[in-house]
Design a protein around this ligand. Structure first.
Ligand SMILES: Nc1nc2c(ncn2[C@@H]2O[C@@H]3COP(=O)(O)O[C@H]4[C@@H](O)[C@H](n5cnc6c(=O)[nH]c(N)nc65)O[C@@H]4COP(=O)(O)O[C@H]3[C@H]2O)c(=O)[nH]1
Length: 544
């Protein structure tokens, strides 16, 4: 998959995630918030149920204990009146009964039970101070739901189970109470699914079972749980979502915009170039430089090519300007220097007359950084500094003071310096005089006017004359026809470069080209010497 396709795929996925994730996250957060608030509310209900149960039980046992020991005649009017008074005044106790030898003798309603005689119930649990609790006791006088019988000594108090849990509940809330070590005592409130109430008493704290929210609390021998069903929670959720959803949507919009900006930046030519530099997708081609007088190949210009992963080649016109603007030209220059040293080392060592010219960016001309890069690359390579030329454009030499310094230092190190694309900028004679140069390259735009009769065709003669007056060697670029070559040779142009001789070639093809011209014309003397004197009028570096 190409880088572009990868970014597009990434953008699609990231946009979908950016749009959905915040909304989903906000919905999840809102659910969490509702659940948290709900469990806190339920825990408060469970607490109040325990308080209610403890209160009912305490009140009942206090009342029972107040009758013991019995100081009145059992089942006397006074005794019955006292039991009735307790039943009426107590919020929990419905009826009271008095037993003799385990048999009901009288109740808070009457002194004689007659046919309603019954035995005191078997307790299911007994507290530490002797209070017993029995289940499912019918009323002494009426029909109705069974009650708990709380017994102490000869007295029993009948208490509705509801009295242990009847706290004020909001709609949908269900509470359940158990006596620890015994089991469920009572439940009350909205409907719950079968088994949920029992399950609620199994654990403690916050629980979620089958869509029911449960909070269970245990204290003072009682365990109480409050339960609310999912529908109720969802009703609450819609309320919360009113706040969370817009926040999620806004976040989603923000994230989507961010993703689009990032992918736009990653799809930009600069991001493309950055990635290519990182992945070293660059190669160097070599365009032969021909000595006009002999026809020999005396060197080559190293030209950068961007080879994309699909194998297509991008010419430097499309990326050099961007690389210079963004500073990426520096690693690219390093790459060219390293590649030239690696690829051309053997050939350069075999023929000391051969040179390779590299292009130096404006930034490097200004700072002189290139000199350090080159000297490091050449160290131990056995390539002579004279075999590495540097080409600077007029643009790179606009800051004459710093450019002069770099040029002078380069020449001291033994490199020859050429001014590239001459005539395309704002240079004039004075400007040229201020720069310690060895050679001047005539831009192809002037070469292409030769023989055309165009008004500008005379300019090339002036450039040649100017270079000669400054004693600079002349390299003509973009020579495409025999006519152009003959014209330039006639006017004493030293070297030429162009499609007439060869296009820029991959290293193997360049070496083959060079070997072929070597066979035809033989090798020349070592025409490049250094270090050069830093004077402007003596381009002795290129003396043949
Ligand atoms: N029409 C025509 N064109 C010819 C002919 N002979 C050579 N050329 C082209 O002319 C350009 C010469 O390079 P340049 O003036 O240094 O101009 C170079 C140079 O300024 C820059 N460049 C290339 N490689 C590098 C590099 O490694 N570093 C830096 N800083 N700039 C580079 O990119 C420019 C363009 O390079 P290329 O596209 O390789 O274009 C090259 C070359 O392919 C011909 O007969 N006819």
């Amino acid at each position: 998959m190409s880088n572009k396709n990868r970014i597009v795929a990434w953008t699609i996925v990231a946009t979908a995630v950016a749009a959905i994730a915040p909304v989903a996250a906000m919905m999840w957060l809102s659910r969490q918030a509702v659940a948290q608030a709900e469990h806190e509310r339920l825990a408060r209900y469970a607490e109040s149920v325990i308080a209610r149960a403890a209160h009912s039980f305490d009140e009942t046992q206090r009342s029972l204990k107040s009758l013991s020991p019995l100081l009145l005649l059992p089942c006397s009017d006074e005794h019955i009146a006292q039991m009735r008074l307790i039943s009426v005044n107590s919020r929990s106790i419905e009826e009271m009964g008095y037993y003799e030898h385990g048999q009901l003798k009288c109740t808070s309603w009457d002194s004689s039970v007659g046919a309603r005689r019954r035995r005191q119930a078997e307790p299911v649990f007994t507290t530490a101070d002797g209070v017993e609790v029995a289940l499912d006791q019918r009323s002494f006088v009426a029909d109705g739901p069974t009650m708990l019988s709380i017994q102490y000594g000869a007295h029993s108090a009948l208490v509705h189970r509801l009295r242990f849990v009847d706290v004020v509940l909001e709609k949908g809330v269900h509470v359940v109470l158990a006596r620890n070590g015994f089991g469920p005592v009572a439940q009350y409130g909205g409907p719950v699914a079968a088994g949920v109430a029992e399950h609620a008493l199994d654990g403690l704290g916050r629980q979620d079972v089958d869509g029911f929210f449960i909070s269970t609390v245990s204290r003072d021998g009682w365990t109480a749980a409050a339960i609310v069903d999912g529908d109720h929670v969802l009703e609450e959720m819609t309320g919360q979502q009113r706040w969370f959803l817009p926040v999620g949507i806004l976040l989603g919009i923000g994230l989507v915009m961010l993703v689009l900006r990032v992918s736009q930046a990653r799809l930009s030519p600069l991001a493309d170039l950055q990635l290519a530099v990182k992945k070293k997708e660059f190669i160097v081609h070599y365009q032969p430089i021909i000595e006009m007088a002999s026809g020999r190949c005396i060197g080559a210009e190293a030209l950068l090519r961007w080879r994309r992963p699909d194998g297509s080649i991008v010419r430097p016109d499309f990326f050099i300007a961007l690389a210079e603007e963004s500073g990426l030209i520096l690693p690219l220059t390093d790459l060219v220097v390293d590649t030239v040293v690696r690829e051309m080392r053997d050939t350069l060592r075999q023929d000391r007359a051969l040179h390779i010219a590299i292009n130096v960016a404006a930034q490097d001309m200004k700072t002189g950084r290139i000199l350090e890069v080159v000297s490091q690359a050449l160290a131990g390579s056995d390539i002579r500094p004279e075999q590495l030329w540097m080409e600077a454009t007029e643009r790179g030499c606009m800051d004459i003071a710093s450019a002069s310094l770099t040029l002078a230092r380069a020449r001291e190190m033994g490199h020859s310096m050429a001014l590239d694309d001459f005539g395309t900028g704002y240079s004039n004679l004075q400007y040229l005089q201020g720069l310690p140069m060895d050679a001047l390259k005539i831009d192809k735009s002037f070469v292409s006017t030769i023989g055309t009769g165009a008004a500008t065709s005379a300019v090339i003669d002036h450039i040649i004359a100017m270079a000669k007056s400054l004693k600079l060697y002349i390299v003509a670029e973009g020579v495409e026809t025999l006519e152009q070559a003959a014209y330039l040779a006639e006017r004493g142009v030293d070297f030429a470069q162009g499609w007439l001789f060869s296009r820029p070639l991959p290293v193997e093809e360049f070496v083959a080209f060079y070997c072929a011209t070597l066979a035809d014309y033989g090798s020349g003397p070592e025409i490049i010497r250094g270090p050069q004197p830093a004077s402007t009028d003596s381009p002795a570096a290129l003396d043949a």
